[in-house]
Design a protein. Sequence first.
Length: 244
Amino acid sequence: MVLAQMVVDAVELEGRSLREVAAFFGVSKSWVHKMVQRHRSGGPEAFVARSRAPRRNPNQMSMKIEDRVVRIRKELVDLGADAGAQTISVHLASRYGSTPSVSAIYRALKRFLAKRPCESLEELQRVLDEVVGYYNEQRPHRSRNHMTPAAAWAGRSRAEPFTLINEPHRRIRRDVVDNWGKVSLRYLGEMRHLNVGYMHRGERVRLYIVDDEVRIVTEDGELIREATLDATKGYQPTRKPPKT
């Protein structure tokens, strides 16, 4: 998460206050504080998205019930009757007095079909079409108020044009100032060269880029140059940061 790393570097590396960083990036002070604490406890890996799913599922269907599901499905198919999850649920309830959720039954059917051998590509395609068609257009989902995925998709609002274009583009680039006192970055498909100064030759720096605004910071956290990228120029002028 580039924004999280930017705000953490601004606080931890540059020594800027939480309030200043929050105002600069347009986020809340509490969020900045949360990102800093997360980084202190877990390092850069703390920003990697983690699954919240439990390692073990206590509601996992037992093999005994799964066997019943598969057996009833085979009976219904042999009879030429509907063999969907809803129908199997009714038969399970009438025979055994209890039944797992329709979603659990459907997952069991998917596992069964995954093991179903096909002798040709045509047969495999037919099985896939049946499964996908049933899942998208017939099977109601409890998480969607018993709507099918196709109906839920049709009812969703669509993104407006330029929605993503209006979002700031953020990135962090690490570089070494070359022998001419410059660093380079790609902007709008072309390489741009920014003057940092001869006194910084060979120094490792970080470039914090938000759209066309660039801040060049040393590994010690000193802000040494700022720039506003000009799409018409290959060599970009820079400016010294204001004295505080």
